[in-house]
Design a protein around this ligand. Sequence first.
Ligand code: SF4
Length: 451
Amino acid sequence: MSGFIEGEDRSQATLFPERLDDYIEENSAVRVIDVFIDELDISGLGFKTESSNTGRPAYHPTTLLKIYVYGYLNQVHSSRRLEREAQRNVELMWLTGRLAPDFKTIADFRKDNGEAIRLVCREFVMLCRKLNLFADAFVAIDGSKFKAVNNRDRNFTRAKMKRRLAEVDESIDRYLKQMASSDRQEPSEDKTQRLEDKEQLSLTDPDARSMKCRGSGIVGYNVQTAVDVRHHLIVAHEVTNNGSDRRQLTNMAKQAQSIIGSKETLKVVADRGYYRSHEFLDCDRANIITYVPRPDTSNNKARGQFGPDDFRYIEKDDQYECPGGRRLDFRTTMHSKGMTLHRYWAKDCQSCAIKSKCTTGKERRVSRWEHEEILESVQMRLTNDQSKMRERRATVEHPFGTLKYWMGATHFLTRSLDRVSTEMSLHILAYNLKRVIKIVGIKPLIKAIQV
Ligand code: SF4
């Protein structure tokens, strides 16, 4: 092979450098993982650090935690693959001191330390705060659906179960006629009972739910995040099995607020899926400024009639001005869906020339929530600053796109809300770690961790 670059002789004794450390570059991310985990208060976070006096000694939690963080940073998520990597990957050998736990030990660590692993993710976010990376106090809140292990065919909603039961009943009838036997329908009744308790039944992952996702549906989880607008770091996250975002705004905003701190007023932007009056009230009371567009749900507008925006409230007179130029007076108060609503209408709609564009009833009635001024200020803020929605779009797509790309076709590997939450925390820790390394650099980051 003369004339070509030649490799080393495999049988020679000095093929590898003598020190394992010589293999790891000064600027390697694995050094950040090492320092970050070594600096954690492992027992304070809830990991078990006392060894038992009997039996084989266990692996220290830092070893297993390092394996997991390294694995998620390099898109190796399964315990079996991590076991293999620990045996052959030089960076992992360096990280663990050449310890190579078997896959069961690795898997059990993730299963038994869910809460503590989630706190490690939070510790890294606190480090980001220490590095002043959330100085803008501005986050975008968004949710995305992630697939569970559960196959669609093994998830049953009420409607689907009803259809299936009808099919089962039909086939049982046929069977009964043939066999002239009885009581064949018990198994399906049992499932009906379980379904009545839960609304949905998922056979593989009992916590996974069928939810709408981009026009179709998936069986999975709804992952909520609050993402820092400047650096696209995930400040707070939560995994839920509720497919709707409508009740998540305050919850996520408060989590972000507690991490960012109360020095600055937190600004929050979200899409119209989060629009809910009570959420704005709660955010307002918590000193959180919200930017959320109002969804177009007006029935009048859908019928081609004037919508709520066409009526202007005149505060000093406590009246509305309608598109016909007349005044609507306050008439009564009613309560609906936990809201106190003041009702307004004009006395002479019957004589209005444009009544057909306004109402088919005797007169047009307008409702005003007792805290309507909060909704008006949300609207006003968005009208005055259109850039907020552009910033939202540019912010939330980055983390979710990256996370789903890393996760591949099958998103979660574990089952149940608790374990899926742990898995998500590891993904988010890896995502934030990568982002901060890019923003701050490895050496300054190591220095900041060690302070
Ligand atoms: S119908 Fe009544 S509320 Fe509607 S525009 Fe005419 S006067 Fe105003």
